[in-house]
Ligand binder design. Structure first.
Ligand code: IFM
Length: 460
């Protein structure tokens, strides 16, 4: 099958955002409420009590973003489409004003020579679908496929590279087991059911897009290398690997959930949930795989789980894995995430061997406090530059070792709404003034632009 991914002769470069994190204007032009609007309104869910109603105002400042992307010289831009803008109630009626925003975005990218890469679901489930049971219910997967077909019908003449889901692990397990993401449930059974229906939704949507002629449909996973700290931690590490990585890769590659996973997660062993034909539909459904990487998972057992201080490395997101602790080491980002580029190299080589799919590093980047300033007042962020540089070197090492990595996407273009952390964590290449959303490029933006310029010059 042909593919619209870059051919891999040289690594292609991009940067990314997600709708709820940047767009703002959450009630404009008929957009319906999403689970993140509901979750952020609940007291105690978001560190700085903020929400995405203004965010970076990208809905209003689209031209500013397009100019920043042109200035970077990226090969492509990875953005997500907000389901509640396109189908305000999650099914049925389509809102043309919502689609018109993505028309302007896609046309603006193409006019600047930037290839669009669209993610269909980056966590903003329309609230009416949550009211009807959300991802733990099978019907949500069916509604997702309908929505995906609507977006593809509209943009498919200009967008060629599609991803169904972004990080379904977060949607399933941070959202339904740890309860730290929307919809904020702490019900492990619901989390496993959600995982299956997210995968099913991917499979159904991919089939619809393929039928409509798309040939570059992928899924984006936040896979992680899992490193046991000592032999006694091997079983816990295997459990983390099962719930974090194999729950997705098993169905996608082998058409099966493995035995350990089924033992940990009863719903994945229940024929009422995993119906005949589901896994066959998912197997082989991705034309490419997106890998988001920030940090490895170092797993330990014993002692008190006082928390590793790393955002998202939450033991309650791994129901059934007992006596588990995360033990990050060494240098950390503001998220508490260990900086370890070797994890990315290892992951890419392993995932290549396991899947034989073309890979894109769809997210990689770092939050730092950004307190240092250059003379002109802009953010001077050598730590972020070093992080990106070292991880790009790891990608090149993985490519030399045979991993078919086509592209690298820096997370993220703009400082934005970092989910449960609100605006307290800054990953952007560009700083946003919280009062008027004015954009100021950081040193890392200039560094990335130069690197892209050099990479393009070398191959032209
Ligand atoms: O900001 C998030 C993004 O939405 C999904 N991947 C991880 C990023 C940093 O936490």
């Amino acid at each position: 099958m042909s593919s619209h991914l870059p051919d891999g002769t040289r690594l292609a470069y991009g940067t990314a955002t997600a709708a709820y994190q940047v767009e703002g204007s959450t009630t404009a032009d008929g957009r319906g409420p999403s689970i993140w609007d509901t979750f952020t309104a609940r007291p105690g869910t978001i560190k700085d009590h903020s929400d995405g109603s203004v965010a970076c105002a990208s809905y209003l400042r689209l031209d500013d973003d397009l100019e920043l992307l042109a200035g970077l010289g990226v090969d492509f831009y990875r953005f997500s489409v907000a389901w509640p803008r396109v189908q305000p109630t999650g099914s049925g009626a389509v809102e043309p004003r919502g689609l018109a925003y993505y028309d302007r975005l896609v046309d603006g990218l193409l006019a600047r020579g930037v290839q669009p890469m669209a993610t269909l679901y980056h966590w903003d489930l329309p609230q009416p679908l949550e009211d009807a049971g959300g991802w733990p219910e099978r019907a949500t997967a069916e509604r997702f496929a309908d929505y995906a077909a609507v977006v593809h019908d509209h943009l498919g003449d200009r967008v060629q590279v599609w991803a169904t889901h972004n990080e379904p692990w977060c949607a399933a397990y941070l959202g339904h087991a740890a309860g730290v993401h929307a919809p904020g449930k702490r019900e492990p059974e619901a989390a496993h059911r959600a995982a299956h229906h997210l995968l099913l939704g991917h499979g159904l949507a991919a089939a619809r897009l393929h039928e409509a002629g798309a040939d570059t449909v992928g899924i984006v996973l936040n896979l992680t290398p899992v490193w046991p700290e000592r032999p006694e931690a091997a079983e816990a590490a295997d459990g983390v690997d099962a719930i974090h990585n194999r729950v997705w890769l098993g169905p996608l590659v082998d058409g099966a959930y493995d035995e350990r996973l089924r033992a940990l997660a009863a719903p994945l062993d229940d024929s009422e949930v995993v119906r005949d034909g589901d896994l066959a539909l998912v197997q082989g459904s991705a034309d490419w795989l997106g890998v988001n990487y920030y940090t490895p998972a170092r797993v330990d057992v014993g002692g008190d789980d006082t928390g590793s201080g790393a955002v998202g490395q939450d033991t309650s997101a791994y129901p059934g894995v007992t006596d588990l602790r995360f033990a990050p080491r060494g240098s950390r980002t503001a998220m508490g995430w260990e900086v370890e580029p070797r994890g990315l190299e290892e992951l890419l080589v392993d995932v290549h061997r396991r899947t034989d799919l073309p890979l894109v590093v769809t997210e990689n980047g770092a939050a730092y406090d950004d307190s240092a300033r250059a003379e002109d007042g802009s953010v001077d962020d050598p730590d972020r530059i070093a992080y990106l540089q070292d991880h790009l070197a790891a990608v090149e090492l993985a490519r030399s070792a045979g991993a078919d990595v086509r592209a690298y996407v820096a997370w993220t273009l703009l400082d934005n709404f970092e989910w449960a952390e609100g605006y307290t964590k800054k990953f952007g290449l560009v700083e946003i003034d919280p009062d008027d959303q004015h954009r100021t490029p950081k040193a890392s933006y200039r560094w990335y632009a130069e690197r892209l310029h050099d990479a393009t010059a070398r191959t032209s």
